[in-house]
Write a protein that binds this ligand. Structure first.
Ligand code: GDP
Ligand code: GDP
Length: 436
């Protein structure tokens, strides 16, 4: 499971600047989807092969009536509790402050590994302020510059020192089970669905020994295909059945989604698509996972509610247009067949082989049908395309002046590729590489 790093510090020390540094490079897939609510406090980062999750606790405002420490504790306690490592950010330009000392006291009690950083240290390595931070009793302060990208790599290395590189999956792709997670708000019916699955006699289920840090993996089989149900956020096995025993956790959701090949996003038909549903959908998209939208409790709504629901799906989940929607009732065991079918479809799309000659032909046909716009004296020229990855599928397009290809044209190309390869239920990532 991905290690979790929390950024803690008083306002204006540079936490969100650091957050953006640590999580950048993941935005390409998300950039073009209008309407995606982004939760800027949680992000995925990567150093070489190692992936991690970053939480920015920066949202709180100092409040003189309650006091900064109280406010901070409220906003930060959860993040710190969920983190494996805390990066404590301070500011060399303002020097050590009383608030820093308060935060340090809080962190010392939190029993987590803390890395003390002194930000805005570009050109200030000799600053006499630097020594002040020793007083916090959190070890040697690490000078960094979030804005200039100095010291960030060694900071991340230091943060990940206890976490070995994730080994590659040794199993060949065909033989490996499809990793599946069911995600959604509390009470949408996740445990009811999983228990329905586990109760079917065509499914085999047994507990696998817990791996490190308490991940649950339950093997299932359906129509000859092996699945592995992975740490479904907020659910725990209690005796023979799954029950929701934890309140919703963004970190657990991110980890489960990151681990999965396919995520089932479960929505409660009686509640409509909420903002939180859209957030979870956003995590799935950002992670590039294949996805099926399961509208549960379909049995419990009338025609009017159905109409309203369809509208809320259209507006709130517009950026998941490529996903299949299954209307179902976990409690009545209706729609389970179509759900499995959609899961298998999404996985097949996410792992489809896209041969270079076909991609290149489609690219040329697309350009012939509608050429990309000129941008000033630049005319983007597309030469060929190849597949750069799976789950999500990545199509790499080579040519000249491709920086000038706009979002509309990108979507046009994506549509052509999707249609030809019948890609449903998976994000599709286009990357442009210009030789000049
Ligand atoms: P947050 O409130 O802790 O999230 O802080 P921000 O990331 O919003 O940064 C506060 C201010 O400090 C912004 O004006 C940043 O541009 C600036 N800042 C952040 N990192 C650095 C840095 O490394 N050097 C300098 N000189 N300024 C920085
Ligand atoms: P979880 O928190 O997402 O695991 O949700 P649960 O599986 O515990 O379900 C929450 C509540 O919704 C329970 O009272 C279930 O009986 C009910 N429920 C689950 N699926 C359905 C369904 O398909 N239709 C209806 N009407 N109720 C359901």
């Amino acid at each position: 499971m991905k290690p979790v790093i929390a950024l803690v510090g008083r306002p204006n020390v540079g936490k969100s600047t650091l957050f953006n540094r640590m999580t950048k490079s993941r935005d390409a897939i998300v950039a073009d989807y209008a309407g995606l609510t982004r939760d800027r406090h949680y992000g995925d980062g990567r150093l070489g092969k190692r992936e991690f999750i970053v939480i920015d606790t920066g949202g709180f405002e100092p409040d003189s009536s309650t006091g900064i420490v109280k406010e901070m504790a409220k906003q930060t306690r959860q993040a710190v509790a969920e983190a494996d490592v805390v990066i404590f950010v301070t500011d060399v330009r303002t020097g050590l402050s009383a608030q820093d000392a308060d935060i340090a006291r809080f962190l010392r009690q939190a029993n987590k590994r803390v890395i003390l950083t002194v930000n805005k240290a570009e050109g200030m390595v000799e600053s006499p302020h630097l020594a002040e931070f020793h007083e916090l009793g959190l070890g040697e302060p690490l000078p960094i510059s979030a804005a200039h990208g100095q010291g960030i790599r060694s900071l991340i290395e230091e943060a990940l020192v206890d976490f070995p590189e994730t080994e590659d999956d040794d199993e060949p792709a065909e033989a490996a089970p499809i990793r599946l997670t069911v995600t959604g708000r509390p009470n949408v019916g996740k445990s009811t669905l999983i228990n329905a699955w586990l109760g079917e006699d065509r499914l085999i289920a047994f507990d696998m020994p817990g791996t490190t840090r308490d991940a649950i993996r339950v093997p299932l089989e359906r129509d000859g295909q092996r699945y592995e149900l992975i740490d479904t956020a907020g659910l725990r096995r209690k005796g023979k059945v799954f029950e929701a025993i934890e309140k919703f956790s963004v970190v657990k959701t991110l980890q489960a989604v990151a681990d999965a090949n396919v995520a089932v996003l479960m929505v409660d038909a009686t509640q409509g698509v909420s903002e939180q549903d859209a957030h979870i959908a956003g995590y799935i998209l950002e992670a590039g996972r294949a996805v099926v939208i399961a509208i549960n409790k379909w049995d419990a709504i009338d025609a009017y509610q159905r109409e309203q629901l369809e509208r809320s799906i259209e507006t709130r989940l517009a950026f998941l247009k490529f996903a299949e929607i299954v209307r179902m009732s976990a409690i009545k065991r209706q729609g389970l067949g179509p759900l499995w079918k959609a899961i298998a479809n999404a996985h097949a799309s996410a792992t489809r082989k896209l041969p270079t000659p076909v991609l290149t032909r489609l690219l040329h046909e697309a350009v012939e049908h509608q050429a990309p716009k000129r941008a000033g004296s630049f005319r983007p020229k597309m030469r060929y395309a190849h597949q750069g990855g799976m789950n999500p599928p990545i199509i790499v397009i080579h040519g000249n002046s491709l920086d000038h290809v706009d979002g509309a044209y990108r979507r046009y190309l994506e549509g052509r590729f999707r249609e030809h390869f019948k890609l449903v239920g998976t994000p599709l990532k286009l990357e442009f590489r210009s030789s000049h």
